[in-house]
Design a protein around this ligand. Structure first.
Ligand SMILES: Nc1ncnc2c1ncn2[C@@H]1O[C@H](COP(=O)(O)OP(=O)(O)OP(=O)(O)O)[C@@H](O)[C@H]1O
Length: 490
C-alpha cells in the first residue's frame, strides 16, 4: 500500500525551475530519505507535500487522497511535518508546544483535553526523551532539545506520514542515534511512514529503506541505499570525491570523503626497527594502511607503530588484549595507531629484510618459533591445544597503493611462502607427524604506504607478489635458524 505518491511534480520560483517532473511513491511503514546537494529542491519538495507551497504542476496523493482535496485540518490528521528551523515561539512551555500537536484531533469550538490527548502527549515526550523538561519554557532549551520538542509535537499528532527536513540538524551524536532509532521503531511497530531530508549520507544509508537522490531538481537515483548510493553517482551529484566503505556491523554502506592531500615522501625509507628489553618495534614516519590479525589493531587500520612484544612461557593469556593495551600505553605507543603482537620467542632474533625493486620496495620483519607447529590440513586431529609458546609473527611493509584485493592477496602470498619455508626447514606437526604449515597462534600484518604506484594485485602472478613471497620465505627461514640456534645454546 502506498502512503505517498508524487506524480510529475514540478515547481518554479518565478522563472527559476527548481523541481522538474519528480515522480516517486513511498510505501506504508517505509523510512524514505531525500538526499541531494544544497539547492537541489529537497525543502521545496517537502513544502509541496506539506501544503506549505501551492502545487502548480503534477499531483500528490496521501493515503489514497489527493492533496488538493484535503483541508488543512484533514491534512494534519494524516501527516505531520518537522521543519528545518526550530525557532522558539516565546512564552510556550514544552507541554504547550507538544499539546498543539493534538489540535487536528480535537472537535468543536470548545475542545476538551481528553485522556487520549494526555497519553499521546506523554508518549511523544517519552519518545524524544524530554519527559523531564515538560514544564520548561521552550526558549530555555538548547537547539537540539527544541528540535526534539517539535518532533514530539509532530508525534503527538499521531500522523500516518511524518515529514522531516534534516531532523538531526542540531543534534549531537547520541541525540541523532536516539531520534533515528525511535523513528525506525515507530515506522516498524506502528506503520508510521517517514519521509526525511538528510544531509548526512551515513545516517541516510543506515536508517532509510530507500533513498531519492535529487540533483538540480531532477531524480538522479531512487532505490535501496546499498544499490543506488554508488561512489560514481554520489561523486557526480555532490561534485566531491567520495569513498564507499563496508560498515563493520550492518550491511549498509558508509561514506567518507577523499581529502585532496599532496603525496608524501615514500615512508619505507623512513621505517625504523628498534628494540626495547622485551619488544621489537617498527616505527613508520607516516601512517601505513594495515590489514592484520594482530592482538591490537586487527582488521583494517592506519598505524605508525608495530610492536612485537615478548612474554614469558608462563604468560597468563586470560586478558591478553587488555594487558597488551596497558603495555602499549605504559611505553608511550598510542593503542589506536599501533599494531600489537605477542610472542614467547626472543625478540632480539627478529629478522628485518628489505628489497628495493624498480617499481616498489618491500620490507619484512619476522620472529619465529615452532614449539607450537601445526599442519593446518590435519589440525582437526589434534587434542584441544593448550597454546604452547612458539609463534611466527610477521609485518610486511609495501611502498605503494594496495587495493583491498591486493591486501588479501598479499596475506595469501605471505602465508603460502611461510608454509613453504616451514616445509623446506622440515618443521613437523608433533601431533600428526606431518609437515607443519605454521603455528597455531601466528600473526600477520600487511602494511602499505598508500602513496605512489597502485597495485591492484599482490599474488604470485605479479612482480610485487613474487618479491613479497621471496622475502617472507627468506625471513622465515632466517628467523627459524636463529630460534633453533638459541634453543640449542640453552
Ligand atoms: N522562496 C524562494 N524564492 C526563490 N527561490 C527560492 C525560494 N526558496 C528556495 N529557492 C531556491 O530554490 C532552489 C531549491 O531550494 P530548496 O530549499 O528546495 O533546496 P534544498 O535542496 O532544500 O537545499 P538545502 O540543502 O540548502 O536546504 C534553491 O536554488 C533556492 O535558492
Amino acid at each position: 500500500m502506498m502512503m505517498l505518491e508524487v506524480r510529475a511534480v514540478s515547481h518554479r520560483y518565478g522563472p527559476k525551475q527548481v523541481l522538474d517532473r519528480v515522480t516517486f511513491a513511498v510505501e506504508k511503514g517505509e523510512i524514505f530519505g531525500i538526499l541531494g546537494p544544497n539547492g537541489s529542491g529537497k525543502t521545496t519538495l517537502i513544502k509541496l507535500i506539506s501544503k506549505e507551497l501551492p502545487l502548480a504542476s503534477g499531483e500528490i496523493v496521501i493515503d489514497g487522497r489527493k492533496l488538493s482535496a484535503l483541508s488543512a485540518k484533514q491534512w494534519a490528521r494524516m501527516a505531520a511535518v518537522l521543519p528545518q528551523t526550530a525557532e522558539a515561539a516565546p512564552g510556550y512551555t514544552v507541554r504547550e508546544t507538544v499539546a498543539l500537536g493534538r489540535y487536528p484531533h480535537q472537535r468543536g469550538f470548545f475542545p476538551t483535553w481528553t485522556e487520549d490527548d494526555e497519553a499521546a502527549l506523554r508518549d511523544a515526550l517519552a519518545a524524544v526523551g524530554l519527559t523531564g523538561k515538560i514544564d520548561e519554557p521552550l526558549e530555555r532549551l538548547s537547539g537540539g532539545e527544541r528540535q526534539r520538542a517539535y518532533l514530539a509535537r509532530a508525534l503527538a499528532q499521531e500522523p500516518k506520514l511524518l515529514l522531516l527536513d534534516e531532523p538531526t540538524n542540531h543534534m549531537d551524536v547520541s541525540g541523532q542515534v536516539r531520534l533515528l532509532d525511535r523513528l525506525a521503531e515507530a515506522a516498524h511497530a506502528r506503520g508510521l511512514t517517514v519521509v526525511a531530508v538528510f544531509h548526512d549520507m551515513n545516517a541516510a544509508s543506515l536508517y532509510c529503506d530507500r533513498v531519492l537522490v535529487l540533483n538540480k531538481g531532477k531524480i538522479a537515483a531512487l532505490g535501496a541505499p546499498a544499490d543506488v548510493m554508488t561512489p560514481a553517482l554520489l561523486e557526480e551529484v555532490f561534485a566531491a570525491p567520495i569513498v564507499r566503505l563496508a560498515h563493520p556491523a550492518s550491511a549498509t554502506p558508509m561514506f567518507s570523503f577523499m581529502p585532496n592531500k599532496k603525496q608524501g615522501e615514500s615512508p619505507v625509507g623512513g621505517l625504523r626497527l628498534s628494540f626495547l628489553d622485551d619488544a621489537a618495534v617498527l616505527t613508520a614516519a607516516a601512517p601505513l594502511r594495515v590489514l592484520s590479525s594482530a592482538l591490537i589493531g586487527a582488521g583494517f587500520q592506519w598505524a605508525t607503530h608495530f610492536v612485537n612484544r615478548q612474554v614469558g612461557l608462563d604468560y597468563d593469556c586470560s586478558d591478553a588484549e587488555g594487558d597488551m593495551r596497558r603495555y602499549l600505553e605504559q611505553h608511550g605507543f598510542p593503542p589506536e595507531r599501533t599494531v600489537g603482537m605477542m610472542t614467547a620467542v626472543d625478540v632480539r632474533d627478529a629478522v628485518w629484510l628489505q628489497k628495493e625493486g624498480e617499481a616498489f620496495s618491500v620490507a619484512v620483519m619476522a620472529t619465529a618459533g615452532v614449539g607450537n607447529a601445526v599442519d593446518a590440513a590435519r589440525a582437526w586431529q589434534h587434542q584441544p591445544l593448550a597454546a604452547r609458546p612458539g609463534t611466527i609473527n610477521m609485518v610486511v611493509v609495501i611502498d605503494g597503493v594496495l587495493t583491498e584485493a591486493a591486501f588479501v592477496q598479499a596475506v595469501m602470498t605471505a602465508t603460502e611462502a611461510k608454509a613453504k619455508a616451514l616445509a623446506d626447514c622440515s618443521v613437523c606437526d608433533p601431533e600428526t607427524g606431518t609437515l607443519a604449515t605454521g603455528t597455531s597462534t601466528d600473526s600477520l600484518a600487511v602494511a602499505a604506504t598508500q602513496t605512489g604506484q597502485v597495485f591492484a594485485y599482490a599474488g604470485t602472478a605479479t612482480e610485487l607478489g613474487r618479491a613479497l613471497g621471496r622475502l617472507v620465505y627468506e625471513a622465515t627461514v632466517e628467523a627459524l635458524g636463529r630460534w633453533e640456534k638459541r634453543r640449542k645454546r640453552r
